[in-house]
Design a protein around this ligand. Structure first.
Ligand code: SAM
Length: 467
C-alpha cells in the first residue's frame, strides 16, 4: 500500500484532471496493472501467450489496451521468467500508459517513410522496442543509453526483439550534437522524479521531494538542450516522463517553445480512454496526462512538438567508401545468405571476427553514426565463418530475419526451460550439426547436435537461474 507525500498532493491540486481523493484511494487500494505488448514481427497472438502461461489459462482473459495495437492487460502477474516465449522476444512487459507513444507517433509522422529516429534515454528498451515495431524496416532507430551499466539490458532486449534496423549506443546527450539536423524524430523519455510509478515502486516514495522535482526539471532541460541540434527542421520531438509534476511536464513544453521555437502538436484521443489533455500555460502546447484513477495504467505524461528552426535534414554523403563491407569476402557472403529470409535486403560488415548484418538501405547511416558515437551493438550479429561454415551467434537465432529453412527442433516447455537454464537436453534424432531450438515455433537459441550429445549454446549471461 502506497502512502503518498502530502507535499506531492498539495503540489498537484488544481491541475487538470487531478482528483486528490480518487488519486489517494487508487494508490492505497489497488495493485499496479500488468500489461504486455506483443512483437508483431514474431507473429504471435495473445491466445498463444495465454495458453502458454498456466496462471492465465482459466478465469479472466487478457484485454486489449485501447490506445495500443499490440498491448494487452493481463488479469494477474504470471512468472515471466518461467515463460519461454518471454525469452524468445514474443512480447515485452511494458506499462500500459507508455504504449500511448504509438498514438503520438502515428499522429505526428508518416511511419511508412524511411525515418531516422533517436530514442535518447532508452534503457531498458520499452519505448525502443515499441518504436521499432512502428517504423518501416527501411528506417533506422538509434537506441541510446548514457549509463553504462544499463546498456547491457538494453542491448539484450533489443537483441530479443530481433530487428536489424536498430543501433544501440552509449553516449551522453551532448555527443549527438555531432549529428546536426540528422534525425526526423527524437524521443526523450526523460529521467524524472518518478511519482507516476509509486504504485509499482513504493520505495521511491521516500525519495520524492519538491527539491528533487526542481533538480529533475533542470536536468530535463539540459538533456533537451543538448540533443536539440540533432533534430532536423520540421522534425518531431516526443517528450515524456513518469512524473505528475508540472515543472517536469507542461513547464518543459513552455520552455521548449520559448527557447527553441518548438510548436506543440495535438494527438487525437477518445474520451472513453480517460487520458487528460492539458495545455502549457504560456504557449498552449498540448500534453497528455495519465492518472491511475482515470484509466488502467500508471502515471505518465507525453507531449509532441515540431521543430520550426534550424537546418533541414543532412544529406548523406555518397557511398564511395562502404562501411567495412569490403572486408566481408564473397565466399563469406555466400555462407551467410542462406541464413536470411530476404538476403538482398541486407549488407554485411565485419567487427573483429564477427559478421554483422544491417538493412542495405542504411549503409551510409552506419558510417555516419560510427564516426560520431560509441556503438555498443549494431544490427544483428550473425556469427563467424570458419572453414566455409557459419558458427552462428545467438542474436541470429532470435532475430526476425532468420530463414525458415534453417534446421530446427520444436521442444516441450520442460525441455525449453532446461535449455534456458543451460542444462543438458535430449532430442531423439539422427541429425548432426547446428540447429535452432524452438518453442511453439519460435527460436530460443542454438544447439549443436553431435550424435552422442547435444551442446547447449544459450548465452551464459542470459540463462535463467530460478528453478
Ligand atoms: N525509455 C525507457 C523505456 O521505455 O524502457 C525508460 C527510460 S527511463 C524513464 C530514463 C533513462 O534516462 C534511464 O535509463 C536513465 O539511465 C537515463 N538517464 C539518466 N540520466 C540521464 C542523463 N543525464 N541524460 C540522458 N539519460 C539519462
Amino acid at each position: 500500500m502506497a502512502i503518498l507525500p502530502d507535499a506531492l498532493i498539495r503540489s498537484l491540486q488544481g491541475l487538470p484532471g487531478f482528483d486528490a481523493a480518487a488519486f489517494t484511494t487508487v494508490h492505497a487500494q489497488e495493485a499496479p496493472v500488468t500489461s504486455i505488448r506483443l512483437n508483431p514481427q514474431k507473429a504471435f497472438s495473445s491466445q498463444h501467450i495465454t495458453s502458454n502461461l498456466p496462471a492465465l489459462q482459466a478465469g479472466p482473459q487478457p484485454e486489449r489496451i485501447p490506445w495500443s495495437s499490440q498491448g494487452y492487460y493481463l488479469p494477474l502477474r504470471p512468472s515471466f521468467t518461467l515463460d519461454p516465449l518471454f525469452h524468445a522476444g514474443a512480447y515485452y512487459v511494458q506499462e500500459a500508459s507508455s504504449m500511448f507513444l504509438e498514438e503520438v507517433v502515428g499522429a505526428t509522422l508518416d511511419v511508412k517513410e524511411p525515418l531516422r529516429v533517436l530514442d535518447l534515454c532508452a534503457a531498458p528498451g520499452g519505448k525502443s522496442t515499441l518504436l521499432q515495431s512502428l517504423l518501416s524496416p527501411e528506417s533506422i532507430l538509434v537506441s541510446n543509453e548514457v549509463i553504462k551499466t544499463r546498456v547491457n539490458i538494453l542491448a539484450e532486449n533489443i537483441s530479443k526483439w530481433g530487428a536489424a534496423n536498430v543501433i544501440v549506443t552509449n553516449n551522453d546527450p551532448r555527443d549527438f550534437q555531432r549529428l546536426e539536423s540528422y534525425f526526423d524524430l527524437v524521443v526523450v523519455d526523460a529521467p524524472c522524479s518518478g511519482s507516476g510509478l509509486f504504485r509499482k515502486d513504493p520505495e521511491a516514495i521516500n525519495e520524492w521531494s519538491e527539491a528533487n522535482v526542481v533538480l529533475c526539471s533542470q536536468r530535463q532541460q539540459r538533456i533537451l538542450a543538448d540533443v536539440m541540434p540533432a533534430l532536423k527542421k520540421g522534425g518531431i520531438l516526443i517528450y515524456s516522463t513518469c512524473s505528475y509534476s508540472p515543472e517536469e511536464d507542461e513547464a518543459i513544453g513552455d520552455w521548449l517553445c520559448a527557447e527553441f521555437g518548438m510548436t506543440g502538436l495535438q494527438v487525437p484521443i477518445e474520451e472513453a480512454w480517460g487520458i487528460v489533455e492539458t495545455v502549457s500555460e504560456k504557449h498552449k502546447a498540448p500534453g497528455y496526462r495519465f492518472y491511475p484513477d482515470k484509466l488502467k495504467g500508471e502515471g505518465f505524461f507525453i507531449a509532441a512538438f515540431r521543430k520550426t528552426s534550424g537546418g533541414e535534414t543532412v544529406k548523406t554523403p555518397g557511398t564511395k567508401h562502404k562501411t567495412g563491407s569490403d572486408s566481408v569476402s564473397k565466399k563469406e557472403r555466400e555462407v551467410l545468405r542462406p541464413f536470411l529470409r530476404e538476403p538482398d535486403r541486407y549488407f554485411f560488415i565485419r567487427q573483429q571476427d564477427q559478421l554483422i548484418t544491417l538493412p542495405a538501405s542504411r549503409e551510409d547511416d552506419l558510417r555516419i553514426l560510427q564516426s560520431s558515437l560509441y556503438i555498443r551493438k549494431a544490427g544483428v550479429r550473425m556469427g563467424t565463418v570458419i572453414r566455409e561454415e557459419l558458427v552462428p551467434e545467438h542474436e541470429l537465432a532470435v532475430s526476425t530475419l532468420i530463414n525458415a529453412t534453417v534446421p530446427g527442433f520444436d521442444v516441450d516447455e520442460t525441455t525449453a526451460l532446461d535449455y534456458l537454464r543451460r542444462e543438458a537436453i535430449r532430442i531423439d534424432t539422427e541429425f548432426k550439426g547446428w540447429a535452432l531450438l524452438r518453442f511453439t515455433g519460435l527460436p530460443l537459441g542454438w544447439i549443436k547436435m553431435l550424435g552422442n550429445r547435444i551442446n547447449n549454446y544459450y548465452p551464459a549471461s542470459w540463462r535463467i537461474l530460478n528453478k
